[in-house]
Design a protein around this ligand. Structure first.
Ligand code: FA5
Length: 351
């Protein structure tokens, strides 16, 4: 059995010294030195507590309990003294006239949702009201989902339609990862995990190596729409997208449907809304066309349905991918898409 000499852990003596030291400290610097000397990691009370292990069990319990009580007492006294000092400082500052307590308070600025977030929510709400559910997918995408699975093989010329930002990582001589160029990879991701009937929208950011202009940004937000079921036809695609356009833009805007090419749909179309600025006459914002394209769409290619394990003789589907920034341009009458991401509060606070 080992004994510590009683004087090595004389709590009374330590407590008296510590209390006297605290009384003598009159400013924040002195209080901090006192805290380090007594309560700090290498302070006197800490070293007392460390010595407890070498005491006999009963002694250890007794002195340990007292030491902890003392520690709590000293910490509370330190806190009270610091708070007094703080109060005195404020009182002095007010007395000396450095703080004018009669001044009105500063109001906190309340943030708001970014206009594109608001637009995305509006679009998604419309589709939810039409019976669609909502899913998400990754922004860093693989070559397989972004291109290959959508029938855009490595040498397919249509890859050039979306100038791609690849991740600087090479495996087997190719760049397997990229910032997704569109939300269409989520058609495949969703179909892999679900069986028809499918009604889903997938919103998210997409990235392209774009030379920007009034209607082109390098980071955009798309909303992918996918419906797969028995008996879905081009009429369902048109009906759904027309209904969407009517609810989004009102009855007065004109809608244009044209044939377009995307390797993963057959047939493919694009949808445009007449330009709000020139009312279809042609201007800088609509590139003199009179129309602003808002989405690509089409009937899901039977090859993709088969690749997903579906019976392409039984089920069909339509898909669409629309740009939220273009839709926001039309909704709010903004002449340049680049304003959305310039972080100018004078612009953003209008929404
Ligand atoms: C696509 O991205 C296809 N994945 C759409 C699709 C989905 C087709 C499903 C068939 C089936 P596109 O590159 O045309 O297609 O882009 C679709 C929409 O995204 C455009 O109509 C436009 O509204 C928006 N968009 C595309 N690129 C930009 C850009 N650089 N700046 C602003 N909006 C853009």
């Amino acid at each position: 059995m080992r004994y510590m000499a009683a004087e090595t852990i004389d709590l009374e003596e330590f407590a008296a010294k510590a209390r006297a030291g605290l009384d003598a400290a009159t400013d924040e610097a002195a209080l901090e030195s006192w805290r380090v000397a007594h309560l700090g990691r290498k302070g006197t009370l800490t070293s007392v507590l460390r010595k407890l292990g070498s005491l006999e069990m009963d002694e250890r319990r007794r002195i340990g309990g007292e030491a902890n009580k003392l520690k709590n007492e000293l910490e509370a006294a330190l806190k009270a003294k610091l708070s007094d000092l703080h109060g005195q400082r404020i009182a002095t500052t007010i007395q000396e006239g450095q703080i004018d307590v009669t001044l009105p308070g500063r109001s906190k600025r309340v943030g708001r949702l970014h206009p594109i977030t608001q637009t995305v929510r509006q679009i998604v709400d419309i589709f939810v009201s039409l019976g669609f559910s909502v899913a998400e997918g990754p922004e860093v995408e693989t070559d397989y989902y972004n291109f290959e699975a959508l029938l855009l093989g490595r040498d397919h010329p249509a890859r050039d339609m979306q100038d791609t930002l690849y991740i600087d990582f090479v495996r087997d001589g190719v760049y397997p990862f990229m910032m997704r160029t569109h939300t269409s990879p989520n058609q495949v991701r969703f179909m892999e995990k679900h069986q028809p009937p499918i009604r889903v929208v997938v919103p998210g950011k997409c990235y392209r190596n774009e030379a920007t202009d009034p209607t082109h940004e390098w980071m955009i937000t798309q909303i992918e729409v996918l419906a797969v079921d028995e008996g879905i036809s081009l009429a369902d695609l048109k009906g759904t997208l027309f209904e969407f356009a009517k609810r989004m833009f009102g009855q007065e805007r004109k809608v244009r449907f044209r044939c377009d090419y995307f390797p993963y749909v057959e047939p493919g179309v694009d949808m445009a809304i007449d330009c709000f600025l020139c009312n279809g006459k042609g201007c800088r914002t609509c590139h003199q066309e009179g129309w602003i394209e808002i989405m690509g769409a089409g009937m899901v290619h039977p090859k993709i349905l088969t690749n997903m394990g579906y019976d392409a003789d039984r089920v069909t589907g339509f898909a669409a991918g629309m740009g939220a920034e273009r839709i926001a341009l039309l909704l709010h009458g903004i002449e340049d898409i680049r304003r959305f991401y310039q972080n100018d509060l004078r612009f953003l606070e209008q929404f």
